[in-house]
Design a protein around this ligand. Sequence first.
Ligand SMILES: *[C@@H]1O[C@H](CO)[C@@H](O)[C@H](O)[C@H]1NC(C)=O
Ligand SMILES: *[C@@H]1O[C@H](CO)[C@@H](O)[C@H](O)[C@H]1NC(C)=O
Ligand SMILES: *[C@@H]1O[C@H](CO)[C@@H](O)[C@H](O)[C@H]1NC(C)=O
Ligand SMILES: *[C@@H]1O[C@H](CO)[C@@H](O)[C@H](O)[C@H]1NC(C)=O
Ligand SMILES: *[C@@H]1O[C@H](CO)[C@@H](O)[C@H](O)[C@H]1NC(C)=O
Ligand SMILES: *[C@@H]1O[C@H](CO)[C@@H](O)[C@H](O)[C@H]1NC(C)=O
Length: 484
Amino acid sequence: MKLFYLFKIILWFCSIRAEEYNLSGDAGQAYSIDILMGHPKQKLRVIVDTGSTTLAIASYARRENDEYFHVDNSTTLDDSGKEVQAKYSQGNWIGHYVTDFVEIPSLKNIREVRSDFAIITKSHKFFVNGSGWQGLLGLAYEPVGAWGEHVIVGSWLDSLECDLGKSVSFELKLCGVQSTTNAIHYGKFSMIVDENIPNNTSPFRTPILHKRWYEIGVLAIGIRHPNETLNNSIAPDTFVSDNPNEEMCQKLNQQKSIVDSGTTDIRLPDEVYRELVHKLRQESQALNMLILDEFWYHGEAACWPEPQEWLALPWLQIDLLSDVADNQYFTLEIPPQNYMRVVTARNSSGDGGSVSQFCYKLGLEAGGVDTVLGYTAMEGLKVLFNRSGGWIGFDTSSCGPNARVSGPYTVPYSFIDSCKLTRSDSETAVSIKAAQWALCVISIVAGFVLIYLLAPAVRMCILRRRQSSAHSVSQDALVDQELS
Ligand SMILES: *[C@@H]1O[C@H](CO)[C@@H](O)[C@H](O)[C@H]1NC(C)=O
Ligand SMILES: *[C@@H]1O[C@H](CO)[C@@H](O)[C@H](O)[C@H]1NC(C)=O
Ligand SMILES: *[C@@H]1O[C@H](CO)[C@@H](O)[C@H](O)[C@H]1NC(C)=O
Ligand SMILES: *[C@@H]1O[C@H](CO)[C@@H](O)[C@H](O)[C@H]1NC(C)=O
Ligand SMILES: *[C@@H]1O[C@H](CO)[C@@H](O)[C@H](O)[C@H]1NC(C)=O
Ligand SMILES: *[C@@H]1O[C@H](CO)[C@@H](O)[C@H](O)[C@H]1NC(C)=O
């Protein structure tokens, strides 16, 4: 009997622990997670990034930060000697394609795996001063991985699927700051092995249109008043050709729209951005808020001596294509606490001297042609990335701002046509999807045969990368690298 209670207590304790945050980040920094690399294990910190594919880690001391992966200390590292590189919307790096053991200790259901990754040997504007992270954990698809001559670095997720022999999904529950007097944000990253799903828990899903980045159909973005009940922002009768909404939809998706946890703001094509910010500014003026144009238009911080709640400002609504039918959509409802981002929260009342200061920046930015839903659009929501299923699910979350999801709404025409969205067909055959993990590779550049013979778990993996990579570095992939 006692044993039984002990068991229950342990279970209860485990379930509490399971809800623990494993992500955190300073103001303006993306969410990062602890990772163990090599043998003996070295503990490092990496950003959880759905906007890139490759696990990339610093291998030298930088001016900004002297923590890095000590390559010489790992007895299990395998360096292919191949030079690879990657470019991001901010910064780039050059490094080597290697494999070694990688473990994320906070993911209890995922064991250590030998994974492909890149060690960064040289970088430009990539690392941020005082950021506390040493690399990126890319979670997107292989075609946009770091690349070199005849080679693309495989992702940790691919290595993991290969090891498990099953496809995996992951969930990001980003919670934002814990209180208005705190600028550090928290969240939870979890992995779900696809076959352990009792039933489909994400009511609102948007299809991944191309499996490179997480490319989705963002149909509209607008504002809504807090005391208004939600109304269709794409009312059927107003969405006809030559209508501004159709124009907006085409503008939003002209190049691509992506979900990117490694980006802070919601980045919009210039015109859409200007229109939206103009509306927000008008609203704040109508409310007699003293916010300067530098805040709205030039990315400057606005500060107050006490924390702000922004209850009167309008919400954002972001309409996403539904995966049920191409004339259906649902809406992310984003409260002002998301887009009025805390950048400084300093409470010094009590101790004399310094002054209390609470500063905010606008979580929206103009970015040329792409639409990027950065973590500002994800905080307060639970976002499930189902890679093999090809969809992203959005749901309300138990933590963070009270963002919501509503819908579905139906229109009498196809968004694919009217917004000129394209879907890549190559991935749609179910049989191909099912076979994907079975064909995956742990590309151990040297010693492949040895591991093939010794590790039964690896046997099902077939050496594919070396043949296929030569033609996957297509012009397309290169162009996309440039665009990222
Ligand atoms: C690397 O190895 C050296 C010598 O064995 C040791 O002094 C050092 O602490 C190790 N560094 C790390 C990061 O493990
Ligand atoms: C990084 O920030 C620290 C203080 O936060 C400063 O002393 C140092 O000069 C900065 N380094 C660079 C390279 O900007
Ligand atoms: C919202 O509330 C404000 C003030 O309480 C009011 O003036 C305004 O008309 C309301 N808007 C709607 C759509 O109900
Ligand atoms: C919603 O929109 C319809 C027409 O598009 C309008 O008649 C109705 O009053 C709106 N409802 C609210 C609550 O704003
Ligand atoms: C600032 O700190 C003081 C005491 O340290 C506390 O009483 C006060 O509520 C805090 N202010 C805010 C806005 O949290
Ligand atoms: C991912 O999608 C596939 C196919 O739609 C489904 O079988 C699987 O259960 C999904 N995984 C999760 C975690 O929802």
